[in-house]
Design a binder for this molecule. Structure first.
Ligand SMILES: *Cc1c(COP(=O)(O)O)cnc(C)c1O
Length: 391
């Protein structure tokens, strides 16, 4: 039986091992583990890659989101509009700052925050009082929009950005899954909002050897504030104008990431090639139409951090694939408005039907660049066998 894990990073490591090990050795020899030359270089190289002016390396994607929101002054009494269908950190960071996540439903085609839903909320759910845009129900100040570029496809940056500008909202991009992805207008993730937040968690397209992340921005003053907040708000050292935190990236991670960044476009092409192969194989299979394959909108550069299908009888399919040695994952089984820790927001099942339907149907298939054709075909055949048997 063929084995097709959801992700296998060992083959990739073998391709750049000889390049990265001497750098790790050199960092160890220098004993300069925090904010050194590799970090400064990574920041400018990654910012350039994302089409942004400044990069600030941080300790994780979660901390990138937290630092971004802190840098924009978001806190108690503020509300941030975001997607209920995302990794927990997107809304968790808002709540940790004492602000309130406000969910709007997703677009069923892209799984990203629906521009129409956001526009409707701004029009009907908010009102301007004394020049401040407030939630009609809670009275909270609507401070920012936090779209997520889910699975590696940009949210509708152009139209969401226009809405934000029209209403005076800041924009934080959760680009954790989307390094190098481009919107239909050709803008790279992390180059349009006030801050772009990236994760270098090992399973992301550009993964470190542990936790790491980065913020991008085009705003020089904001870049400086983020840089200061990253070191407890001390500037100069031991003189604190703000309360920040320890959000620093490790120098070892920066060294690893600089090597891997050079390979990223090649790996992205591999993921895109695999996605195109799946698309064609599913369309040609006898179960064409039984599962919905992911749609990349015209003009976007989808980087396929995940290849997510919608599958009827998803959980039984997943068990069947596991029996056949095919790894899959559900990103994400419970939409955030139904998480226990957000019960205080007062949501019920049915509030965001598209997010709930996505949570019930979505299934991520193996898509990493080193997969062989035979493995991709085996995944498609295994899925076809499941539906043929239950037809
Ligand atoms: C991975 C991820 C994060 C968090 O990144 P970490 O580096 O794991 O802290 C945030 N948002 C989304 C959408 C993610 O996929």
């Amino acid at each position: 039986m063929l084995k097709v894990p959801l992700l296998d990073l060992k083959a990739q490591f073998a391709t750049f091992r000889d390049e990265v090990m001497p750098l790790i050795e050199a960092v160890c020899a220098s004993q300069q583990f925090i904010l050194g030359a590799h970090t400064r270089a990574l920041e400018s190289e990654t910012a350039a890659y994302c089409g942004a002016r400044f990069g600030i390396g941080v300790s994780s994607g979660t901390d990138a989101l937290l630092l971004a929101a802190m840098g924009l002054g978001i806190g108690a009494g503020d509300e941030v509009i975001t997607s209920p269908f995302t990794f927990f950190a997107t809304a968790g960071t808002i709540a940790r700052l004492g602000a309130r996540p406000v969910f709007c439903d997703i677009d069923p085609v892209t799984f990203n925050l629906s521009t129409e839903a956001v526009a409707a909320f701004l029009e009907h759910g908010c009102e301007r009082r004394d020049g401040i845009l407030r939630n009609r129900v809670t009275g909270g100040r609507i401070a920012a929009l936090l779209p997520v570029h889910l699975y590696g496809q940009c949210a509708d940056l152009e139209r969401l950005g226009a809405l934000a500008r029209a209403h005076g909202l800041r924009v934080i991009e959760d680009a954790a899954q989307a390094i190098g992805s481009e919107s239909a207008g050709g803008a790279r993730a992390g180059s349009i909002g006030d801050v772009g937040c990236f994760s270098f968690f090992p399973t992301k397209n550009l993964g470190a050897f542990g936790d790491a992340g980065l913020c991008t921005t085009n705003d020089a003053a904001l870049a400086e504030r983020l840089t200061i907040l990253r070191v407890h708000g001390g500037h100069p050292k031991y003189y604190h104008r703000y309360v920040g935190g320890n959000f620093r990236i490790d120098e070892l991670q920066s060294a690893v990431l600089r090597v891997k960044l050079k390979y990223l476009d090649g790996w992205t092409e591999g993921r895109q090639r695999n996605a195109a192969h799946y698309d064609g194989a599913f369309a040609a299979s006898k179960i064409a139409g039984r599962i919905a394959t992911p749609r990349a909108l015209p003009g976007v550069r989808h980087i396929y951090n995940q290849y997510v299908v919608r599958a009827p009888d998803r959980d039984a399919l997943r068990a069947h694939l596991a029996d056949r040695g095919v790894g899959t994952e559900i990103y994400y089984p419970v939409p955030l408005h139904l998480q226990e820790c957000f019960a205080y927001l007062g949501h019920r099942r049915g509030d965001f039907p598209e997010a709930e339907r996505a949570a019930a149907e979505c299934l991520a298939l193996p898509i990493y660049p080193e997969l062989e054709r035979a493995q991709l075909d085996y995944v498609v055949e295994s899925i076809a066998a499941f539906y043929s048997a239950t037809a």
